[in-house]
Design a protein around this ligand. Sequence first.
Ligand code: AMP
Length: 215
Amino acid sequence: MKNIIFIAPPAAGKGTQSDLLVKKYNYVHISTGDLLRSEVASGSDLGNELSDIMKSGALVSDEIVTELLRKRLDQDDARRGFILDGYPRNVNQAKVLDELAKSLGITLDVAIYLDMPEETAMHRALGRLTCPQCGKGYNKYESVMKPIKDNICDDCGVELQGRSDDNEETFKVRFNTYVENTKPLLEYYDNKSILKTIDNSGTPSDTFNSIESVI
Ligand code: AMP
């Protein structure tokens, strides 16, 4: 199974695509955003420090994220094929990841770029909802991703929640951070001949079909 790195603007649907890959191929989904949100939820000193940075839309320091990632990649299940969602976010992290992969004996097989216009990404961010119980993602603006009952998880029946960084102001900061820091990764992985670009402006299943054709 090919190990996957996702590169995409905020709210592109990396989480949704990852869930589909986990269900169909039993991939391990490693999201640095989720690892950081768990740290925040734990109420630790580190978590409190991270919370303000994440709410602002800025990036957390490379050292903190890399340490969380190193611990996660070192777990046995990561050997069965993983999706990296949200890391690397800049060229420095990509270089660190190369070293980390070498030291752990894992390969980075394909970098999938989910290409879409900024307006579409912002629209998705503003409509995004998640079930706090099972983690399933919804979108109130996308007909194929709406919950059956407004604001309620189809599976758990509990109230869905938005993310504190999915507002217009923070989205713009996150998008600019992405253009400045993360987009240069396209050249980085193209130079390594592992970059695959996918049109992500259609439905989640269109994108999933394209992803399947490259893994
Ligand atoms: P995400 O869930 O991937 O959208 O990440 C949410 C937030 O977590 C980002 O806006 C950053 O503040 C932080 N974050 C996630 N991954 C990284 C990373 N690789 N490097 C730095 N900050 C990160």
